[in-house]
Design a protein around this ligand. Structure first.
Ligand SMILES: [Zn+2]
Length: 63
């Protein structure tokens, strides 16, 4: 009878965590971008910004 030596599975101290995706460079991880508010027919830029969804990460904040 041949005995097959079973190697025990290596025990890991901590479960493997999924890799953390790098933060979005456009919104720096916030998921939102601020754009200047344009008013009037000439699209004059006023001293105000509005928050918008980041077009690169769609609000997730990661690439
Ligand atoms: Zn983004």
């Amino acid at each position: 009878m041949t005995s097959v030596k079973k190697t025990p599975a290596p025990r890991r101290g901590s479960p493997k965590l999924p890799p953390v995706p790098p933060p979005c460079g456009t919104c720096t991880g916030t998921g939102e971008t601020t754009t200047a508010v344009l008013v009037g027919r000439k699209n004059r830029v006023i001293d105000a910004t509005q928050a918008g969804l980041c077009p690169d990460c769609f609000g997730t904040g990661t690439t």
